[in-house]
Ligand binder design. Structure first.
Ligand code: XIL
Length: 333
């Protein structure tokens, strides 16, 4: 049974976005999935259907049906959409990766892609993950088809073209393992600082935060605060864009693991609420029934806030308590 208030009602009151990644299949196939999503979240991110592979089966053919359906669902339920993602090295169509295109052709493809997709959802997608995962853990730029053919300026061009196609959309650089103060986060800081200095339209940095319970499971609140403050000093927002919390590696009894998971969810929500620059808190799914983690790690897991029967887990109640202001601890330095 579910009791009021919902996460979404509390988040609205606090002026923060609370979202979840959404998969098309369960959205149309499982009434409980759609009901829970609309009840608890004021924001959604398409988990896959706006990526270039699914969206663009051939160079001259876009398939917008499923993306349109997700956007429509969001509109019908008063939810904002985070578009994900325009430039990435995964889930790319084979015609692109095997096309042996020249630099000029790749520039044309990228430009037409961004203009077509951002243009179609102009005024309907409030924020875009323009470039996803372009930086390696050591801080160098990732070797992708975009870097190889166009060069490092593909990043700045992507932001400029996205801005042209929808001047009102917020534009994000998004990555994982980038919430703290390590080599990757430092490189991303320098990247976005240099973009800002050049007048490139960029409005924020996304921290995916695919994290786990236990020591070293993420960067920690102090490093996050330090990183957020330097990004905020550039005038940028920070959003938690893909949060899930793995428990598979712990040996503790499951009830204990789920309590640790809940503590983490609550801490992160309080962190976000304590910092003006943290404007959204998005989970990568919401029910353990539909999570990418087992497919990714090859192990069973329970990383989200509803169980497989759509019952709220301790992590759900921890988010609710944080949003309700039950604890006032902040970790600001
Ligand atoms: C994942 C999806 O959840 C899976 O369904 C898909 O098979 C692979 O991609 N970082 C990202 C997301 O930016 O797009 C990824 O989503 C998870 C990691």
């Amino acid at each position: 049974m579910h009791e009021e208030p919902t996460l979404r009602a509390l988040a609205d009151r606090r002026g923060i976005g609370i979202g979840a990644a959404v998969a098309y299949g369960p959205l149309v196939g499982e009434p409980e999935y759609a009901r829970t999503l609309a009840r608890e979240f004021n924001m959604l991110t398409p988990e896959n259907v706006m990526k270039m592979g699914p969206l663009r089966p051939a160079r001259d053919r876009f398939d917008f049906d499923q993306a349109d359906a997700l956007v429509r669902f969001a509109q019908e339920h008063g939810m904002r959409v985070r578009g994900h993602t325009l430039v990435w090295h995964n889930q790319q169509p084979a015609w692109l990766t095997q096309g042996n295109f020249s630099r000029d052709e790749m520039l044309a493809i990228l430009k037409e892609h961004i203009q077509t997709v951002v243009g179609r959802y102009r005024g309907q997608v409030y924020a875009w993950d323009v470039v996803n995962e372009a930086v390696n853990d050591d801080g160098t730029l990732r070797d992708t088809v975009w870097l190889r053919t166009i060069g490092p300026e593909y990043i700045e061009l992507a932001f400029r073209w996205a801005h042209e196609a929808d001047p009102a959309a917020l534009l994000f650089y998004n990555d994982y393992n980038n919430e703290g103060m390590g080599a990757k986060a430092n490189a991303i800081y320098r990247l976005v600082r240099d973009l800002k200095a050049k007048g490139v339209p960029i409005h924020g940095v996304g921290w995916q935060m695919h994290i786990r319970i236990g020591p070293g499971g993420y960067a920690g609140l102090e490093a996050m605060a330090q990183n957020l403050e330097r990004l905020a000093a550039l005038g940028l927002q920070v959003q938690i864009t893909e949060l899930d919390v793995q428990v598979q590696k712990s040996q503790a009894p499951m009830a204990e693991r789920l309590e640790q998971q809940a503590t983490l969810y609550g801490d992160l929500m309080r962190f976000c609420l304590a910092h003006q620059a943290c404007t959204a808190f998005v989970l990568w799914g919401f029910t353990d029934k539909h999570t990418w983690i087992p497919g990714f790690t090859k192990h069973e897991d329970w990383p989200l806030i509803f169980d497989r029967e759509y019952r709220p887990k301790p992590a759900y109640y921890a988010l609710r308590e944080a949003l309700a202001g039950g604890h006032t601890t902040t970790h600001r330095r």
